[in-house]
Design a protein around this ligand. Structure first.
Ligand code: COA
Length: 244
């Protein structure tokens, strides 16, 4: 097994030289049961260059007019816990039942480390939204469950501090995140699911160019109950056309 890990790492280096990482390398696969890398892993050019995986540096910072998106830092933990705690009642009707790490600084630090690993592994991009580059965190915008191969899709999620809502920050942050999704990490599609009663979130989605595609009954468990959701999506083609 140790040998195979080395093989995976050396391939990683080869891909890194070209600015891409093998699309199927999630750090676990890449070895067959016989202990030898399977065919598609030994000849990565066949698939690797068709579906490149993103390698977004953790220090990357994306600047909008007022809002900045960046990877979370361990030093953000107290601030995230603070805004999450004071926004608890505001967020409760619209987000999944919160995990304990949202209200405990030590757990939040561990969670941030996981978030950073997820970014490096091209799994989930849970950005912090700040006002100005060195400003305080005011919310999160996330592209999660990145699916590569023939789907190239991620799910969009966002929330903002109760003291900062209604000022256009999330709209700006989501537009930045979509730009990152299509231009930086090479996704083809971003989708979101929003409860029909969530007027603020529906407004954000529509302002950011997401189009309603349908409705899913009892889709996600929010505030402890299975809730119907409207399904929204935007593709790279829509995004390019809107930018022109
Ligand atoms: C949804 C949320 C992120 C929006 O954040 P925000 O920073 O207030 O968003 P913005 O200020 O960019 O835009 C909000 C828009 O919603 C509109 N809006 C807000 N409340 C509204 C309401 N009750 N009815 C209709 N429109 C409403 C605002 O007028 C604004 O549109 P405008 O700029 O055209 O006037 C925030 O309300 C939030 O965190 N909600 C709880 C978590 C959540 O719902 N997450 C999304 C789950 S799908």
């Amino acid at each position: 097994m140790a040998q195979n890990r080395l093989y995976v790492q050396s391939l990683d280096k080869r891909f890194a030289k070209h600015g891409v990482v093998h699309p199927y390398d999630n750090g676990e696969i890449g070895t067959s049961r016989r202990g030898r890398p399977p065919f598609w892993f030994r000849y990565p050019c066949r698939v690797g260059f068709r579906y490149p995986r993103a390698v977004l540096p953790l220090r990357a910072v994306f600047r909008g007019q007022r809002v900045v998106l960046r990877a979370p830092r361990v030093s953000d933990a107290p601030r995230i816990v603070e805004i999450r705690s004071r926004s608890r009642a505001f967020l409760e009707p619209w987000v999944p039942v919160p995990a304990p790490d949202e209200f405990d600084i030590d757990l939040a630090r561990a969670r941030i480390l996981r978030d950073r690993r997820d970014i490096r592994a091209d799994r989930h991009y849970r950005f912090c939204m700040t006002v100005g580059e060195e400003g305080p965190v005011i919310g999160r915008v996330a592209l999660t469950q990145v699916f590569r191969g023939i789907f190239q899709n991620a799910y969009l999620g966002y929330w903002v501090d109760v003291e900062h809502h209604g000022q256009g920050f999330t709209t700006e942050g989501v537009k930045l995140a979509l730009d990152v999704a299509f231009r930086e990490i090479g996704l083809h599609r971003v989708q979101a699911a929003i409860m029909p009663q969530n007027a603020a979130s529906l407004a954000v989605a529509r302002k950011c160019g997401l189009r309603q595609e349908g409705c899913a009954a009892r889709y996600i468990q929010i505030a402890g109950a299975w809730q119907d959701h409207l399904l929204f999506a935007v593709t790279a083609e829509d995004w390019q056309a809107a930018a022109r």
